[in-house]
Design a protein. Sequence first.
Length: 135
Amino acid sequence: MACRAAPEGVGDETERGSAVVDFTLVSVLVLVLFLGVVQVALAVHVRATLVDCAAEGARVAGRADRGPQDGVARTRSLIGAALSPRYAEDVVARQVVVDGLPVVEVTVSAPLPVVGLLGPAGGVTVDGHALEKAP
């Protein structure tokens, strides 16, 4: 049996330099996936922070010696300190009745962070509730 040499252009020589291209393409893909996960985590963090600030504002507004405007002011100050004053532009507090109980509801509409903290206005709407205490 005679050994035949591999045809010209077949073998290790044709793969030469492809590791650099593979590394570059895979690195770009991994980087895009990582940034996507970070952005989703940021969006979840922003939403959780807004919910917490709205709930704290509702608790302040529900106190016997305070009113809805105090809750709005507290919510805006917390959001401004935690995220950005731009997220605190649309905050509304109102008194509602839930199952026969007086409740203060604070609603926050804020941008949905799509790229960093930038995003379309009104993308996230969250509510915070607290029982209203009698004077």
